[in-house]
Ligand binder design. Structure first.
Ligand SMILES: [Zn+2]
Length: 307
């Protein structure tokens, strides 16, 4: 599944809202403290557990998930959460964010920032919004969810601050990991942002996939759909967007070892642009015990006449 891009006016509007928050916090150093964001915006945060719904006695009769109205009759909140597999909720009248306590804590940060995004974006005002695993990923194509995910990224990576730090050294997965630590965010969300925002004019692509080595693939691995995400920089999309996710995954298969952790290897490969021009890219992959993360970046044109 490839990433989405929002229009320039939308992103400028959201950038303005995020800048206001960061100014209100005195342009803080990373990592961003979400508690301070909640205090500034007068937001309240709570947790619920799908196994203990003391909090969820309340009923609700209107809720939007991925842009659609899903509940028409009053329903107990706990039932709705279970039936719809909701991971987070936002109640505009109470300015209250509710997060699924049963998710790993590392995911709370992104989910909370996504909800803060809904609160910040003026045209989301007044809507009671429920989020699922799918709407909380930057690959969600539904417009309001893509907007909230964009706002979450701008907040957690402190707007242009990330770009400044990301472009100060040569691209590599080590750099992505260090940026992730510095900003307090997951390696996957950092890699995503690295490719989308830190590109300058350099074509870059990232994959989040199963283990490339055939001996290490899980039972549910689908060779026809090997990547959970494929993130392209604008330049990559323009010049190399014709290359399929299957072909990109195939490159990683060509060099990846069968290691279970850390680096799976790196290789220089040649990719053809839309006009048939040849270009050298470096690809490198890393396995986080759960998924393989791959970064591919343009290095130089391949001299014509050399095969
Ligand atoms: Zn949402």
């Amino acid at each position: 599944m490839k990433n989405v891009r929002l229009g320039a006016r939308t992103t400028a509007d959201i950038d303005g809202q995020v800048a206001k928050v960061l100014r209100g916090l005195g342009n803080p150093e990373p990592p961003l403290d979400l508690r301070a964001v909640r205090e500034l915006l007068k937001l309240d945060r709570g947790y619920y557990s799908t196994t203990d719904d003391g909090l969820l006695r309340e009923t609700l009769s209107r809720l939007k998930v991925a842009g659609r109205q899903v509940l028409l009759r009053p329903t107990i909140l706990g039932d709705a959460i279970r039936a719809l597999s909701l991971k987070a909720l936002y109640f505009p009248d109470q300015k209250r964010i509710l997060l699924d306590q049963d998710l790993p804590p590392i995911k709370h940060r992104w989910n909370e920032a996504h909800k803060v995004g809904h609160d910040l974006i003026p045209w989301h005002a007044g809507m009671m919004l429920g989020d699922t695993e799918q709407t909380l990923t930057p690959a969600c194509h539904e417009v309001m969810e893509a907007e909230a995910n964009y706002a979450a990224g701008q907040l957690l990576f402190l707007a242009e601050r990330f770009q400044t730090e990301a472009t100060s050294s040569a691209p590599s997965l080590d750099l992505v990991r260090n940026l992730g630590k510095g900003f307090g965010n997951t390696v996957t969300s950092t890699l995503w942002r690295f490719v989308e925002q830190a590109h300058g004019n350099r074509p870059m692509v990232a994959l989040v996939s199963g283990h490339p080595h055939p001996a290490k693939r899980k039972a549910d691995f689908d060779i026809a759909n090997p990547c959970r995400y494929c993130v392209e920089s604008p330049q990559f999309r323009e010049r190399f967007g014709h290359i399929t996710e299957i072909d990109l995954f195939g490159i990683t298969v060509g060099y990846a070892g069968a290691q279970r952790g850390r680096s799976l290897g790196t290789a220089e490969v040649i990719l053809k642009d839309r006009n048939g021009g040849r270009h050298v890219f470096v690809f490198e992959s890393f396995f986080n015990r759960h998924e393989a993360l791959t970064l591919g970046y343009w290095v130089r044109p391949h001299p014509p006449g050399i095969v």
